[in-house]
Design a protein around this ligand. Structure first.
Ligand code: GLN
Length: 534
């Protein structure tokens, strides 16, 4: 089979869910084909690792240590394939590549230009990723909205790529928005028409338009978009607003997406949505309900904790349980109430703001036997709380928060001490851990060696390992050289569920296979909820 390409662009508004649309189409293709997703971002950062999660959402981390756009979370969860750093292209990477080439003399004698040199570099990169990964289908999501200056070169690259691979091997999908303005109460197609026109001005004729809308598109609107966009009516689909993003592959399939893909790309497409659909139903028919608090400092933008919400969502399907999330902003109030909460997550974080609030929340969980799951920074805060209140070392802290603290129970990793550059230099990606036999953590994983993804510079200071153990903290998972603490827990007879990890297990959670620590945590929250309600 010749390699196929599917390009997804967006128009009218940002934030319409291009990543989810692409992941959903990838999901339909992935039961038959090897699908490789590429995301093209317009910013000049080499990767999003240096960006504030409040502005940009969560930084997703891959097995290979790549810090990538959070859309990779959707790709991995919907396609079931671990992704690679090189699949996230940014203008930072593009210009770095072109300038390196120029310095090497690869363009000797030439005047190096945006078009064709930069756009050709992008095109060659896409070809190379497809080839190297032996992709059947390469999917390319172009970030931003049509008309943005930052993404012009990507559009030019895919336009020219289409000429080379031939029209039967490439499919252009344009995602737009159909508003229903208040008082008019009618679906409006004009923004979509204009957006499609803008795309055509760039030399790209879409093969399909997916219009996001709060209701299914009327036939007349579809016809209108089709007629102005040079399409057939069935090539205009609704990207329906849904309460659960996992429904999107089903929403597309119901409208004939796989037949359309098959016809356009000239390949058979046989999606397999049975188990997927069953798990969605499971969540919809939830007969239990719990409330989980997430205590952090980026709580104003839920995208900052996207993968944690996803991992809870997976458990929600798995246990047929409605999970309410209560956000606790630890930088505003040190004394947060945990009334009505069945479990608490203290997620990853950086810097000192909000840390005392987190430590307080953890103390309450420990003392009141509320299920607690600490993730990365959450583990570090739990160790500080334990050192202060159980080991009686009031001056315990992390050197990230107080460089001169009396007991630096959390300290910068040895290998990090000489690093000054901020980009891509943390301890990143998948690292193995050896779990203590008989521990709760090893029971939950059903293994004694696991691998989870990381993103941190600080660790539990080895000078204090003995002190923590002597006072009853179980260091239940260590790096294979036994130098780094990867998992901690309190004995089961002391607490129903008090577990933390230096890793980010939420990043590998999926609908079919929820992260084991989240499963254990949700089970404990269900037990607590059940007891409270008796
Ligand atoms: N700030 C902490 C560190 O760098 C934790 C990082 C995180 O939570 N991802 O070690």
């Amino acid at each position: 089979m010749e390699r196929k390409y599917v390009v997804v662009t967006g128009g009218v508004l940002s934030g319409l869910g291009k990543g989810i649309a692409m992941a959903s189409i990838g999901n339909l293709l992935s039961s038959t084909y090897k699908v490789v997703p590429i995301k093209c971002d317009g910013y000049l950062n080499v990767d999003p690792g240096t960006m504030n999660p409040i502005e940009h959402g969560e930084v997703f981390v891959l097995d290979d240590g790549g810090e990538v756009d959070m859309d990779f979370g959707h790709y991995e969860r919907f396609l079931g394939t671990p992704c690679k750093f090189e699949w996230n292209l940014t203008m930072g990477k593009v210009f770095e590549g072109v300038i390196n080439k120029e310095r090497k003399g690869d363009y000797l004698g030439k005047n190096v230009q945006m078009i064709p040199h930069v756009s050709n570099w992008i095109k060659d990169y896409i070809f190379a990723v497809g080839e190297k990964n032996r992709a059947d289908v390469v999917m390319i999501e172009i970030g931003g909205t049509i008309g943005d200056i930052e993404n012009e070169l990507y559009l030019e690259a895919v336009r020219s790529l289409a000429r080379e691979v031939g029209r039967k091997n490439i499919l252009f999908i344009h995602l737009t928005y159909v508003p229903i303005p208040f008082g008019v109460d009618e679906q409006k197609s004009k923004p979509t028409q204009q957006s499609v026109n803008l795309l055509r001005q760039k030399g790209i004729q879409p093969d399909m338009v997916i219009a996001r809308c709060s209701e299914m598109l009327d036939k007349s609107i579809k016809d209108k978009i089709a007629s102005f966009g040079n399409l057939n009516s069935e090539e205009v689909m609704t990207g329906l607003d849904v309460d659960d993003i996992y429904k999107i592959p089903l929403v597309f399939e119901k409208q004939g997406m796989s037949q359309l893909l098959a016809r356009k790309l000239d390949i058979p497409v046989k999606p397999d949505l049975e188990e997927w659909g069953r798990l969605i139903k499971n969540r919809e028919n939830a007969d239990k309900e719990i409330t989980i608090a997430i205590a952090g400092k980026y709580t104003r933008l839920e995208d900052s904790y996207a993968s944690i919400i996803e991992a809870l969502h997976h458990c929600s399907s798995h246990y047929s349980t409605k999970i309410n999330i209560k956000w606790i902003e630890t930088s505003e109030d040190k004394n947060n109430s945990l009334q009505g909460v069945d479990g608490v997550i203290v997620p990853g974080g950086f810097g000192s703001r909000g840390t005392e609030g987190k430590i307080n929340v953890i103390k309450k969980c420990r003392e009141n036997k509320i299920p607690f799951l600490g993730l990365c920074f959450g583990l570090q805060m739990a160790v500080i709380e334990f050192a202060r209140n159980i080991c009686e070392k009031q001056g315990a802290n992390s050197t990230e928060i107080d460089n001169l603290c009396q007991y630096p129970v959390i300290d910068i990793l040895e290998e990090q001490k000489s690093i000054t550059d901020k980009g891509g230099t943390m301890r990143l990606g998948a690292h193995p851990a050896i779990l203590q036999e008989g521990s709760l953590v090893s029971e939950l994983y059903g293994l004694t060696e696991v691998s989870e993804r990381h993103r941190h510079r600080y660790e539990v200071n080895p000078r204090f390992h003995e002190m923590l153990k002597e006072n009853g903290l179980i260091l239940s998972g260590m790096s294979p050289d036994r130098k780094l603490v990867e998992f901690i827990e309190l004995p089961r007879e002391k607490h129903p569920f008090f577990v933390a990890t230096q890793a980010h297990p939420e990043l590998k959670s999926s609908l079919f296979k929820p992260a084991p620590l989240f499963k254990g945590f949700v089970e404990a929250a269900l037990r607590r909820n059940c007891c409270n309600n008796i």
